[in-house]
Ligand binder design. Structure first.
Ligand SMILES: NC(=O)c1ccc[n+]([C@@H]2O[C@H](COP(=O)([O-])OP(=O)(O)OC[C@H]3O[C@@H](n4cnc5c(N)ncnc54)[C@H](OP(=O)(O)O)[C@@H]3O)[C@@H](O)[C@H]2O)c1
Length: 312
C-alpha cells in the first residue's frame, strides 16, 4: 500500500513510526509544516504532488481541523484514493457528503480512531450493525472531562483546579472548550449514531451540556449519597425509526460500570437486539493508541473492504 501522510503531530508521528515497521505499507509522502530534517519519505507542502502520484493509493489525514482537511479528503476521494482519518470534527460535519463521495467513487473511507481513539469501537459497532439491530449507543467519550470529574470526586478539588491539573498533565488543551462543553463527545456521538442507525444526525440537532456548571459541593453532596457524575453522550433509535440524542452530565450509583471509569479513560457501549449490551473500555486518546486504529484501518483497506462502514 502506498501512503501519503498528512500531518506530523502526536498521532502522525506515532503512525509514521508504526507504519515504518511494516513491509506491506510504504509511507511515500509526508505533507507537514514541521517535518524532521531526516525522514525516510518525500516531504511536500503541495497536496497536488500526492494527488498526481499513481503509487499513492491511500491518504492518511492527521492534520485535524476542518480546513484544509476537508478539501484534501474530498480531492483524494475524487482522485480515486482511499482515505483514513482520525478527524472527528471533519467526519461529524461532513458525514453525509464524504460518505456519499466515497461510495460514489468506489474508494474506501475509514475513521475508526475518530471516536474512542485507540478503542476499536466504530469498527466493532459497524460489524454488529451488519447482523443485528442496534437500539442504543452511549458512553464516556471524552477523556479530559472524565479526568476532571474523577479528580473532583476522588480528591474533592474544584473544577478549576482539576482543569489546571489536566492541562499540566497534557490531558486538556490550552483552550479546553471542546472537551469541557461536550462538543468533542457530541462529534463522536454523531459519528457513532450515524453508523449504528444508518442515519445522518447533525451536531446542531443534538442538545449538549458540558461539565463547567458542576460545582465541587454538588460533587461532594452526591458522593455522600453514593452517586458519581459522568459526562454521557447517548443516542437511541425508537421503534418508529426516529433517533434522539444528547450529551449531558448524569449521576450513577458508585457500583455502576460508568461510575468506575476513572481518569482519562473512555467507555463506550451499545445495546442490540441479539447481542445485548456490549461495552468497550480503554484509552480514548494518545499517539500510539490512536495511531493503532489508523494503521488497522489502512490494513483493512489493503485487504479489500466496502467504501464506508455503512451505505447511506
Ligand atoms: N491526539 C489524540 O489522542 C487523538 C485521538 C483521537 C483523534 N485524534 C485526531 O487526530 C487528528 C490529529 O491529532 P493530533 O493530536 O496528532 O494533532 P496535532 O498534534 O496538533 O498534530 C497535527 C499536525 O498537523 C499539522 N498541520 C496542521 N495543519 C496543517 C496543514 N495545513 N498542512 C500540514 N500540516 C498541518 C500541525 O502542524 P503545527 O503544529 O505546526 O500546526 C501538527 O503537526 C485530529 O483530527 C484529532 O482530532 C487525536
Amino acid at each position: 500500500m502506498g501512503v501519503a501522510l498528512l500531518g506530523y503531530g502526536t498521532v502522525g508521528k506515532a503512525f509514521f513510526e508504526m507504519a515504518s515497521e511494516r513491509k506491506d505499507i510504504k509511507v511515500k509522502w509526508l505533507l507537514a509544516l514541521n517535518a524532521p530534517d531526516e525522514i525516510d519519505c518525500t516531504v511536500t507542502d503541495d497536496f497536488d504532488d500526492i494527488i498526481n502520484d499513481p503509487e499513492v493509493d491511500t491518504v492518511v489525514e492527521l492534520i485535524g481541523g476542518l480546513h484544509p482537511a476537508y478539501e484534501y479528503v474530498k480531492k483524494a476521494l475524487h482522485a480515486g484514493k482511499n482515505v483514513v482519518t482520525a478527524n472527528k470534527w471533519l467526519m461529524a460535519i461532513y458525514y453525509r457528503e464524504l460518505v456519499q463521495t466515497a461510495w460514489g467513487n468506489g474508494t474506501a473511507l475509514r475513521c475508526t480512531a475518530a471516536a474512542g481513539g485507540g478503542i476499536p469501537w466504530l469498527h466493532s459497532l459497524a460489524r454488529i450493525s451488519e447482523t443485528d439491530k442496534v437500539s442504543r449507543v452511549w458512553g464516556i467519550m471524552n477523556g479530559t472531562s472524565n479526568y476532571i470529574l474523577s479528580a473532583m470526586t476522588s480528591q474533592g478539588v474544584s473544577y478549576e483546579d482539576a482543569l489546571a491539573e489536566a492541562q499540566r498533565l497534557g490531558y486538556a488543551e490550552v483552550d479546553p472548550t471542546a472537551d469541557v462543553e461536550g462538543y468533542d463527545a457530541r462529534r463522536k456521538l454523531v459519528i457513532s449514531a450515524n453508523i449504528a442507525f444508518g442515519c445522518c444526525l447533525r451536531e446542531e440537532e443534538v442538545p449538549c451540556q458540558g461539565i463547567t456548571q458542576i460545582t465541587s459541593s454538588q460533587v461532594s453532596e452526591n458522593k455522600f449519597k453514593g452517586k458519581v457524575f459522568k459526562l454521557i453522550a447517548h443516542a437511541e433509535q425508537k421503534a418508529d425509526g426516529s433517533v434522539s440524542a444528547a450529551v449531558e452530565p448524569l449521576l450513577f450509583d458508585s457500583n455502576e460500570q460508568e461510575a468506575n471509569v476513572k481518569g482519562a479513560d473512555n467507555m463506550i457501549a451499545l445495546e442490540a437486539e441479539r447481542v445485548g449490551i456490549q461495552a468497550f473500555f480503554g484509552a480514548g486518546a494518545g499517539g500510539y493508541p490512536t495511531a493503532s486504529n489508523v494503521l488497522a484501518d489502512c490494513i483493512e483497506i489493503s485487504q479489500g473492504c466496502e467504501p464506508f462502514y455503512v451505505k447511506l
